[in-house]
Write a protein that binds this ligand. Structure first.
Ligand SMILES: C[S@@+](CC[C@H](N)C(=O)[O-])C[C@H]1O[C@@H](n2cnc3c(N)ncnc32)[C@H](O)[C@@H]1O
Length: 204
């Protein structure tokens, strides 16, 4: 990870430990020469910097989908709520301005393309083969499953499916991403490597 962009990643709001970010960056460097990458769950742009850094180094484009209204756990009263991300007029979560500033400050506007909307709406219309898919959107069962169903089919053979927050034991975290991982294995994806809670699988 280039030093200048690592500093931006560290400064960005988000939930990605540095070892997992480095892992994502390494995988994206490998895959981006083969086609665009797609992230589900942009939030404030932290993981997009790791992906965008790879695009700056090896060429390529990273699309990142989010409705920017936050997941359940980002809403007021929940564990991961950040009151500074609430829009003063509407009273709703709005991470888009912070995301945009993060990517602008990192100088990655040419590499990282924001797609604003519900992931199910975007996936319904998505038609582009992907070199890498990073699933880190809604962590409720219905959302995690829909993101897998909607986008994993667009991975080209040899493409990488990367799933965040995979916890095998309920005591460590929610189970929906783990169930998506199990489903991917059952569908023929080959487990490749795990760093922290981030698991990568290869499309066959
Ligand atoms: C865990 S955060 C993403 C963190 C980000 N990848 C990072 O590491 O910096 C999850 C994001 O998914 C978004 N999200 C949740 N459900 C969604 C859906 N159905 N469609 C689009 N975005 C969704 C939320 O708005 C939130 O910003």
């Amino acid at each position: 990870m280039p030093d200048d962009l690592l500093a931006h990643a560290r400064a960005a709001k988000g939930f990605m430990p540095e070892d997992e970010g480095d892992f994502l960056h390494r995988l994206a460097r490998e895959r981006l020469p083969h086609g665009p990458a797609l992230e589900v769950g942009s939030y404030c742009g932290k993981s997009a910097i790791y992906l965008g850094a790879a695009a700056r180094e090896v060429g390529g484009t990273v699309f990142t989908v989010d409705h920017h209204r936050g997941s359940e756990e980002n809403q007021a009263g929940w564990e991961h709520h950040d009151a500074s991300l609430v829009d003063a007029e509407s009273g709703r979560m709005d991470t888009l301005p912070t995301f945009r500033r993060t990517i602008e400050r990192a100088g990655l506007e040419d590499e990282v393309v924001a797609v604003l909307g519900r992931s199910t709406t975007v996936s319904r219309h998505w038609r582009t083969p992907l070199s890498l898919l990073f699933i880190d959107g809604g962590h409720a069962e219905v959302h995690a499953r829909a993101d897998y169903d909607g986008f994993a089919r667009w991975l080209e053979p040899g493409g990488l499916l990367v799933i965040h927050d995979v916890f095998e034991h309920p005591a460590d975290g929610g189970q929906a991403p783990y169930r998506v991982w199990l489903r991917a294995v059952a569908d023929g994806f080959e487990p490749r490597e795990t760093v922290g809670s981030m698991r990568a699988l290869t499309a066959t």
